[in-house]
Write a protein that binds this ligand. Structure first.
Ligand SMILES: Nc1ncnc2c1ncn2[C@@H]1O[C@H](COP(=O)(O)OP(=O)(O)OP(=O)(O)O)[C@@H](O)[C@H]1O
Length: 561
């Protein structure tokens, strides 16, 4: 382990290939400050500690005249124009007349950069940086690009941040579940999932199978979007006010690199067969579940599969006879336009926010006139120097009169097959016993303070995250740790035109449509009263039968900035 240096630290270097002006550099716990040029023409740049990612030390390239120089390159991802962009600042150290002396100085700066980065938000619990992360990649997620995303983007940022990790590429459905069921949780600092939400569902249900499940489900988990359903990754970014859509993989990878833990609600479910399931995203039936399951055949087109299938489903609207019971949450309100504070996390101001106020960080300005300097917003592969020169070793339903429109095929074969594979573990021991629930068993009456609703529903969808897919902003009031399941209910008498408007854009405004109910609850029971339908948990099919659940508030742990 490297020894700490005392901050602040200052030095004078040259910015490699950026003119002859000396550059005064200061690092403290707030970040890095550069002052370039003389007193009359001084330009300043600041990079916040929260945007720093790492630093590598290098020897001089063969063409360098001052061959005794050493270099250190600082990597950061500040916000420019509503996008996180890579900044690589390469400093040339020539203080000493020999390479060893200069290299020692460069290494000290590397330590200081790491220290500033890690001390940012140090009061928050964070990853043990001395242990490896276990990265699970589903090569068949979405359009099949998860592995490519890892190789092309994630590995590069992990390299810059010196994130030690081990990769396992899943070979089949349930592989990830098997891995985490047996994993020695002391052998790694956290789990990172590069996939859609389906693989994370497997991981959580693998953790639930363990004898130590109560601790295991609290194991730190990070998610990088690679699938066709990436609701959690988008929800986390929304919560942190990060510009997700501009670069989903980068924004999510930076959460892992910064490695702060945030509590996340999980939901414990009980099926009619007495099986326990763990969920982090949603539970429901009706039109959204149908679209999710039936659009599976279009997974090759990625996330747009939901929008394409929605059109087909509205034309052929189904209604499901069911009874739902719920315990209304008393501690929250759903007043539109009066949303609760979003980021619960302490986070430093972004460059963009700064620019709105004072002219500040990462913009170089002269003492006379403020001007932007050409920023090296290069692609991940760019670097001022060849990283291979680094001297720091990388450790590295039959039709039924009570259910309309159910005569047609209502589920995709893919998902059904997957369901069969996943239910084949029915005989597995449930270490999570019935006593873990505070709600009564399914065959007993619900408590007096629960409410009951019976209808031919178009949908009933309970969600605990704001987004259930990257472009489906279903529950604006949800935050990952609010202790609530938000029910979105559409009863059978709602006109088709309303459903069409709803599905054209689930962007939060859908909650204002007549006929759409939005109810925060702590616990829920669903009792289907028609023979066939799609019931989903986190977008995965579960048997069409009674089911109930309750919130395990803040029992999960996600990696965030
Ligand atoms: N190597 C593999 N081959 C086939 N299926 C796999 C493999 N690894 C994992 N799976 C299964 O693929 C399913 C879907 O994965 P994932 O969520 O990553 O992708 P997705 O495109 O978002 O899919 P969905 O939206 O259907 O959940 C997972 O539930 C998992 O069981």
């Amino acid at each position: 382990m490297e020894e700490d240096v005392s901050l602040p630290m200052e030095g004078i270097f040259k910015l490699y290939r950026q003119g002859r002006d000396p550059c005064r550099v200061r690092i403290d716990e707030n970040g890095l400050t550069l002052s370039i040029g003389g007193h009359n023409e001084e330009r300043k740049e600041e990079v916040k500690a929260s945007d720093l990612v790492g630093c590598v030390c290098m020897k001089a390239p063969p063409e360098e005249v001052q061959a005794y120089s050493a270099f250190f390159t600082v990597f950061a991802y500040p916000l420019y124009d509503k996008k996180r962009k890579r900044r690589a600042l390469c400093f040339q150290v020539t203080q000493e007349d020999n390479f060893e002396g200069n290299f020692e100085i460069a290494m000290k700066w590397r330590t200081a950069i790491h220290q500033a980065r890690r001390k940012h938000g140090v009061s928050e619990p964070h990853l043990d940086y001395n242990q490896k992360l276990l990265v699970l990649i589903n090569p068949n997620s979405g359009s099949g690009k998860a592995l490519q995303k890892y190789k092309r983007y994630v590995a590069a940022v992990f390299g810059e941040a010196e994130v030690q990790h081990k990769v396992i590429v899943t070979e089949r459905a349930n592989h990830a579940k098997e891995i985490v069921t047996k994993l020695d949780l002391t052998s790694c600092s956290g789990l990172v999932i590069i996939s859609g939400d389906g693989l994370l569902y497997e991981v959580y249900n693998g953790l639930l199978k363990r004898p130590d499940w109560e601790q295991a489900i609290q194991f730190p988990v990070g998610i990088i979007p690679g699938g066709s359903g990436n609701g959690l990754a988008r929800s986390i970014a929304h919560w942190l006010s990060e510009p997700y859509m501009a670069s989903p993989v980068l924004v999510s990878t930076l959460n892992i690199v910064h490695g702060h833990f945030s509590p996340m609600d999980l939901v414990l479910l009980e099926t009619a067969a007495g099986k326990r399931l763990l969920s982090f995203l949603s539970v429901g039936f009706g039109i959204i579940s149908d679209i999710d399951i039936e659009s599976e055949r279009l997974r090759i087109i990625g996330e747009s599969r939901f929008a394409v299938w929605a059109v087909a489903r509205v034309a052929n609207l189904r209604r499901y006879h069911a009874r739902i019971y719920f315990k209304r949450a008393t501690s929250v309100s759903t007043t539109s336009g009066q949303r609760r504070r979003k980021p619960v996390l302490e986070r430093s101001q972004t460059l963009e926010e700064d620019l709105k106020g004072s002219q500040a960080s990462s913009t170089i300005h002269s003492s006379r006139s403020v001007r932007s300097v050409d920023l090296q917003d290069s692609e991940l592969s760019d670097s001022f120097l060849d990283p291979s020169l680094s001297l720091v070793k990388d450790e590295p339903l039959q039709p039924d009169h009570s259910c309309d429109n159910l005569g047609e095929n209502i589920s995709s074969e893919d998902k059904r097959n997957n369901l069969e594979a996943k239910l084949s573990d029915e005989e597995e021991v449930d270490n999570c016993e019935r006593s873990c629930f505070t709600i009564p068993p399914l065959d007993q009456k619900v408590p007096e303070d629960w409410e009951i609703m019976e209808d031919h529903f178009i949908m009933m969808y309970g969600t605990y995250q704001s987004y259930i897919a990257s472009d489906v902003f279903i529950s604006p009031d949800s935050t990952p740790d609010d202790g609530c399941i938000y029910l979105i209910i559409i009863k059978g008498n709602t006109p088709k035109s309303t459903i069409a408007r709803l599905l054209l854009g689930i962007d939060g405004s859908h909650l204002n449509l007549p006929g759409v109910e939005y109810i925060p609850v702590e616990a829920l029971r669903i009792e289907p009263l028609c023979p066939k339908g799609n019931m989903t948990v986190d977008g995965e099919v579960v048997p069409w039968a009674s089911l109930q659940c309750e919130v395990l508030a803040k029992k999960g742990c996600i990696l965030t900035r």
